[in-house]
Write a protein that binds this ligand. Structure first.
Ligand code: HEC
Ligand code: HEC
Length: 285
């Protein structure tokens, strides 16, 4: 059952017809992995942790998830996976055996990653040294520990399929949109959720409470207009605000792992995109 949906069918068509494309570029994949923040969620938070070997605790209102080992170890990592399994995981949010992944793995964003970029990401992960560190089981309360219950969530909120550029916008804004939506998953934190855990579409990037006193602020132009482009560039590459304030932990990790790693052109594109989204008033307190 490889051709499960039209969303993945395209890639398999490509794979069958273009041999050259089937060779992902690991170097590009490494860059995309930074842009997607893969390292942070899949690496334990200690100094000598093995990158991508899993163990990072991700606290959510549903319990604590642990990013699994995604090195190519055959026993505990994804060493037995085929490219098709990887594509299915990121594009469809499904495990190789068909079980549903929890949305703590932001596949509702990653489903927008292009076929070519998925190939490069795969090539990069395959190039890592296998780590024998077993993944930690998630620590979730009932009913969230039941993977079957995810079907409802997916049915409601998950629309698989790769990013489609908006022809009415410039190439730069589209590139920024791709970085924000498909890879950087900015909306996973900055867009508030409804009671069932789905994003409130009409409040896109309008700011959201993340729990434990942390708020991801409104990053639509309503708030960001206070910064010039070069200030915003500094904020996203240094984690420091113009007044000397330091970014809080949650976002400073995004800055460290992702936005500070972007090329100058990509950072410009990301900012151009943030300038282009509908300006929303702040979320009511
Ligand atoms: C916000 C945290 C987060 C980010 C960012 C993230 N992941 Fe994950 N990932 C997870 C969690 C949590 C799981 C486990 C989900 C589950 O068990 O249902 C997971 C699972 C996976 C799996 C399945 C592993 C397995 O053994 O089943 C793969 C592959 C994967 N992620 C790859 C990636 C890649 C590639 C990126 C970057 C493009 C990425 N992840 C970014 C949290 C994250
Ligand atoms: C894991 C959650 C998370 C993700 C993902 C995330 N952010 Fe944030 N972001 C935050 C939090 C929390 C803050 C507040 C930090 C503070 O006030 O110290 C923040 C602050 C910011 C700010 C500063 C706004 C201001 O005026 O105070 C900007 C700009 C920003 N984020 C942009 C982005 C962009 C662009 C992305 C995607 C590439 C992104 N964020 C992804 C959680 C997140």
């Amino acid at each position: 059952m490889l051709l499960r949906s039209p969303a993945t069918a395209g890639l398999f068509f490509l794979l069958c017809t273009t041999a050259a494309l089937a060779q992902g570029d690991a170097k590009r994949g490494e860059y995309l992995s930074k842009a997607g923040g893969c390292l942070g969620c899949h690496t334990e938070e200690r100094k000598d942790a093995t990158p991508y070997a899993g163990g990072r605790a991700l606290k959510t209102p549903f319990g604590t998830f642990y990013g699994p080992n995604i090195t190519p170890d055959k026993k505990v990592g994804i060493g037995r996976w085929a490219l098709a399994d990887f594509v299915r995981a990121l594009r469809e949010g499904e495990e190789p055996d068909g079980a549903h992944f929890f949305p703590a793995f932001p596949y509702s964003s990653f489903t927008r990653i292009t076929d070519a970029d998925l190939l490069d990401l795969w090539a990069y992960l395959q190039s890592l040294k296998p780590s024998p560190q077993p993944s930690k089981p998630h620590d979730l309360g009932f009913p969230f520990n039941v993977r079957l219950s995810l079907l409802g969530w997916k049915w409601l909120f998950f629309a698989p399929g790769e990013f489609r550029p908006d022809a009415s916008k410039s190439a730069q804004v589209n590139r920024g949109a791709y970085l924000a939506v498909a890879l950087g998953h900015c909306g996973e934190c900055h867009t508030p959720r409804n009671i069932a855990g789905g994003p409130k579409k009409d409040r896109y990037l309008g700011g959201a409470k993340l729990g434990e006193g942390t708020t991801a602020p409104n990053i639509t132009p309503t708030r960001l207009k206070r910064y010039g482009d070069s200030e915003l560039k500094d904020i996203l590459s240094s984690g420091l605000f113009p007044d000397g304030d330091v970014m809080g932990d949650t976002m400073s990790e995004v800055v460290r792992n992702t936005t500070s790693q972007l090329t100058a052109a990509d950072l410009d594109a990301l900012i151009a995109y943030l300038r282009s989204v509908p300006a929303l008033p702040d979320e009511p307190k």
